[in-house]
Design a protein around this ligand. Structure first.
Ligand code: C2E
Ligand code: CA
Ligand code: CA
Length: 726
């Protein structure tokens, strides 16, 4: 995961990616409006042109019908009427007098109509040429009229020869001229109408062409518009789709959209903001997943990821555990515990920070060691330097850095660390998970051996592996009496007198020799084989108590009870029948339970403890301070003794902070009405300090090592003597 915030900051809100310059507006909406507006405009133009064309054609047709045709007809009528007037004159000449009178009426009528027609045509003709012809026509009409009158005069004078002469000489040419002119007018008018029609046709064609052109233009424009719009939407859409796919694949680079539209830009910006937010959130998730919130250090998960993440392979790993954290949580509160963890983290970081500057002779590591908070009070330091020396140097520096006690609400608390170290095979890298596991084994071994520090070795591994073989051997051991019960005496701190002993199992393995209970007990607990050991120890302890009854009736024996026994509903029954079998006073038997043993199935375990207590058996909390329960919880338990773990006692005299802690434990124990025993007392100074702090009972090498056989008998005899002297 590569969270990248840079682009979120790099693009201030409102800034838009630059687009290709041009007249084209940047907003898609504007573009669409403009494009479609243009299209609608063109269509409207084409439509109005078509309408105009129709109207023009209609007007032309109307004019042609009402005006031009009428004029043409009128001109044609003029020519016909003129011709008719000439013919009437010829008939007049040949007719007898009595027939001529009505004929004059007809001739006059025709002449009047000719005059009317000429008058009507005047002012109606558009062309000057036609006007000219009309003028000539009027003049010819006058000439014809004069000739007509002259001819009529000769007819009335009954001079047919003169009349004919006048007709031939005057009327005929005048009429011919009149006809010529009227025909010219008709022809001209016909030509004009034809021209008009041709012109109208031409204009109609032109308009049709314009409408077609506009329509074609609109179609082309619509096509271009559709293409451009589609492209300006589809191309960025495809890019957006790619961006979305990239985001889905975890790539949070800012999307680079080659868009020319504002809307797409805005979508791009929103996408940019979204990727930024996702990257930020992912970073936060990563922080939560890989960081320990208390110390801010990388956590175990992060540590285990280092194989894939780092370029420089891991060569060694150190685990260090803040000792007695649980007890500190119990007595001084979780806030103090947290404070100590934070302080360890702070000091460890300070050590790493000064690493390079500290020693010029020491070569710098290829990559700085990685400090992680694994769990509770456990930290890990992953190194990529080969060999033991660098890690051991670091371990020493860390120990030195923790020397100064931490001040918590007015009292100093020691920061004591236990180290487990593991290295990869020579010249090889090892998976972090392996190093971590090995370091855990080493840390475990260091704690068991009560050492400050231990390197992982194959013997520890072999010990682990041999457990499997031990399991079947243990069953045999029980059957063949390879086990021994050793007794470690306990003394009253005030009087120095023995109060009892703790029964500790020993195993003399026929092949492996002595096998430490620290080695096989935890394993036997896991497999359940421990219940056999408990029964065996219980029987031997009760038989010893039976033996002691006459001479040492005041001594009790403590037997260690495992978690497995507490989960066994029949355990109470087992104890009861053993007690009955040996006829021992139950108050002389103590059962030591580890507080963690109660956590699995608290209610039934507590019920079991109550039934034991009801039998009269005394119960002790073993290894107090190393478990997980709270004192408030222990208060509910029917126990009568609190055994403070060895780790609190070691060097107690020199550690004021530990003294404070132990004092609090003792006071709390007394507050609950419990007898307080200190384990692992080795020195006089430790004993005296415990006595000062008000502790009741001590157990440890100073008083006596665990005893067996003759040594035990000797001690018991001394005890009798001492008791007798006392
Ligand atoms: P524990 O119950 O805390 O027993 C005390 C252990 O501390 C014993 O180790 C004892 O030898 C050792 N010890 C006593 N005084 C001193 C001292 O002054 N200094 C030092 N350094 N050590 C001291 P041991 O016998 O090796 O037993 C180890 C653990 O094995 C016991 O711790 C107990 O948890 C378990 N264990 C021993 N016997 C039995 C048993 O019969 N049944 C069960 N369930 N567990 C047992
Ligand atoms: Ca014990
Ligand atoms: Ca113990």
């Amino acid at each position: 995961m590569k969270p990248d915030r840079s682009f979120v900051e790099a693009q201030p809100p409102g800034r838009r990616p630059s687009a290709p310059p041009g007249r084209w507006p940047r907003r898609l909406g504007w573009r669409l409006a403009l494009g479609f507006g243009l299209l609608v405009g063109l269509m409207l133009l084409a439509l109005s042109l078509a309408v105009w064309q129709i109207r023009t054609v209609t007007a032309l047709t109307e004019r042609f019908a009402t005006h031009d045709m009428q004029r043409l007809l009128r001109v044609q009528a003029l020519s016909l009427t003129t011709e008719g007037a000439g013919n009437a004159l010829l008939q007049l000449m040949n007719a007898p007098r009595e027939q001529r009178v009505p004929m004059y009426g007809d001739v006059d009528e025709r002449n009047r109509r000719i005059d009317g027609m000429v008058a009507a045509l005047q002012g109606q003709l558009d062309e000057p040429a036609q006007e000219q012809i009309l003028l000539q026509l009027s003049a010819a009409r006058a000439t014809y009229f004069d000739a007509f009158i002259a001819t009529v005069d000769q007819i009335e004078a009954d001079d047919p020869a003169a009349a004919m002469h006048a007709y031939v000489q005057q009327v005929k040419p005048a009429m011919a001229e009149l006809l010529r002119l009227s025909n010219a007018l008709v022809n001209r008018e016909r030509e004009r109408v034809e021209q008009e029609v041709q012109l109208a046709q031409q204009r109609f064609e032109e308009l049709t062409f314009a409408v077609l052109l506009l329509s074609a233009l609109a179609v082309v424009l619509a096509g271009v518009l559709a293409l451009r719009t589609t492209r300006s939407v589809l191309v960025p859409m495809r890019q957006l789709e790619d961006v979305a796919r990239r985001i889905a694949a975890g790539d949070y680079q800012p999307p680079a959209l080659a868009s020319s539209s504002e809307e797409i830009d805005r979508v791009g910006q929103a996408l940019g903001a979204m990727t930024g937010a996702i990257a930020q959130r992912e970073q936060e998730i990563e922080r939560l997943a890989f960081r320990d919130p208390l110390t801010g250090l990388p956590n175990r998960t992060y540590l285990l990821k280092q194989d894939d993440a780092t370029v420089v392979p891991a060569r060694s790993l150190m685990l260090f555990d803040l000792a007695r954290l649980k007890a500190i949580n119990e007595t001084l509160g979780f806030a103090t515990g947290d404070l100590l963890i934070q302080e360890v983290a702070r000091r460890a970081q300070a050590v790493l920070a000064t690493l390079a500057a500290a020693d010029d002779n020491v070569p710098l590591p290829p990559a700085p060691p990685l400090l992680a908070h694994v769990s509770g009070g456990i930290f890990a330091l992953l190194c990529c330097q080969a060999g033991r020396a660098p890690l051991e140097r670091l371990q020493q520096r860390l120990s030195q850095a923790m020397a100064q006690p931490v001040q918590c609400s007015g009292q100093g608390v020691d920061l004591s660390l236990t180290f487990g170290l593991a290295e990869a095979p020579t010249d090889q890298a090892a998976p972090v998970v392996t190093l971590l596991r090995n370091a855990e084994v080493a840390l475990d071994a260091a704690k068991r051996a009560a050492q400050g520090c231990a390197w992982y070795n194959s013997a520890q591994e072999a010990a682990r592996l041999s457990h499997l073989g031990l399991l079947s051997d243990l069953r045999l051991a029980l059957a063949e009496s390879q086990l021994q019960m050793w007794l470690q005496p306990k003394f009253c701190l005030q009087t120095g007198r023995a109060v009892g002993a703790e029964a500790l199992v020993r195993w003399q393995h026929p092949q492996r020799g002595f096998v430490s209970p620290a080695e096989f007990v935890p394993f036997a607990e896991q497999t359940g084989a421990i219940t056999g050991v408990t029964d065996w120890m219980l029987a031997h302890a009760l038989r010893t108590l039976q033996d002691w009854q006459p001479r040492w009736p005041g001594l009790s024996i403590s037997v260690n009870v495992s978690t497995r026994d507490l989960q066994d509903a029949s355990f109470g029954q087992r104890v009861q029948s053993a007690l009955q079998h040996y006829g021992v006073d139950p108050t002389r038997l103590r059962l030591e339970i580890v507080e963690s043993g109660l956590m699995h199935d608290a209610q039934s375990s507590i019920a079991l403890l109550h039934s034991l207590r009801d039998m009269g058996v005394q119960l002790s909390i073993d290894d107090f301070g190393t478990g997980y329960s709270s004192l408030a919880y222990l208060q509910q338990l029917p126990v009568s003794e609190l055994k403070i773990d060895r780790s609190f006692v070691t060097d107690l005299a020199d550690k004021p902070a530990s003294q404070q802690l132990v004092k609090t434990m003792i006071e709390m124990g007394h507050g609950l009405g419990l007898l307080v025993t200190a384990e692992g007392v080795e020195t006089v100074a430790e004993r005296d300090t415990l006595k000062c702090l008000g502790c009741d009972v001590m157990q440890g090498y100073l008083g006596s090592r665990p005893l067996f056989g003759a040594a035990l008998q000797t001690w018991l005899d001394t005890l009798e003597t001492t008791a007798a002297l006392a």
